[in-house]
Design a protein around this ligand. Sequence first.
Ligand code: FES
Ligand SMILES: [Fe+2]
Length: 376
Amino acid sequence: MVFVPTRGDAPLRHGEGVPLLPEGAQAADLDASVYLEPERFERERTKVLNRSWQIVCRSSEIAESGDHVVWEGQGETIVVTRRRDGGVAGFHNVCMHRGARIVKESGKGARRFSCRWHNWTYDHEGNVIGVPDREDFCPAQLEGLASPAVECDEWGGWVWAVLAGPGVAPPLREWLGPELVADLGAYRMEDMLLIEKLTWELEVNWKAVVDGFNENYHAPALHKVPAQDAKDGRESTFAYLGPHGMMVVPYKGVLPKLKETRDHQSLAICHYTVFPTAVFNNNPSHVQLFRVVPLAVDRTRFETWELQYDPKGDTEYLDGVTKHWERLKVVVAEDVEIYGEVSAARRSSAYSKNRLNDHECKITHFHEVVQRMLDA
Ligand code: FES
Ligand SMILES: [Fe+2]
């Protein structure tokens, strides 16, 4: 039997007694400068992105000791490895000698890492363990030397990291919060298989990409959703979960059943924005991660990761989920295409602000959290 997620004891997210919008949600304007200022992007890197838990890779990509992933984005390069004790460790991929990148590519089973330039070597935690001609250095230069640590942990079958290092952000589960852990956790992503990963490079600010996946207002126009489904879509619910957010979008034709059973996991697209750069699009039979990697103020890598359950020989499941994923790829391509239009108009003298409605409240909330971290 292929696993089917259900609500279980998790809180109700749809139906009688559950408001469509979070308390205080209202229409609001957002200044265009938040997407355009290079100086602001620099502050976002250090005060928001580097200080938040973000997804690096699937746990299965570094299954064995010494398996490692080189992750690069937001001007940073890091190495995340599987330690001998089974945990995960990470460090900045920068040689403490003269600043070259230590590890060029992801790989398997490394016992140590060596910088190609002068052969300084590092252990899995980034400690400097070998320096040729050590006696030519002053001992104080090398004592206890390590490349700065990245805090790492795992949840949901994902490896997460805080680039600013240990103790900067709350522990991962605390950062996610009990509501998100319960709701998103119901899908058991740790048991899912990575099927495909698509990547695009977009000429827009990273926040504009997150915004695009933080509302379903665009669905009738951009994705040409039929009128009845668009009407049902008006009964989507939106919620803030600490810095994160979620929305529950009823599946085609299931609204009466959803109202009756109130099992949002099995009858709706549940959509989780995990601040700051991850959006999970959860269908009952498969999950997409939309992962935004900021590169520069106006350049963003956008990734879509497709996860499916182990079909365990169930060809009906496999056929259904494969067909649905093929259709979804078309939908995601429509989302991606629109960033060309956004990019074309970004520098226009006529672009001064976004005018957001109350159903775009998750966008407003997201930008408020960014601003709060910048002001902290
Ligand atoms: S820069 Fe890495 S060993 Fe010299
Ligand atoms: Fe879309």
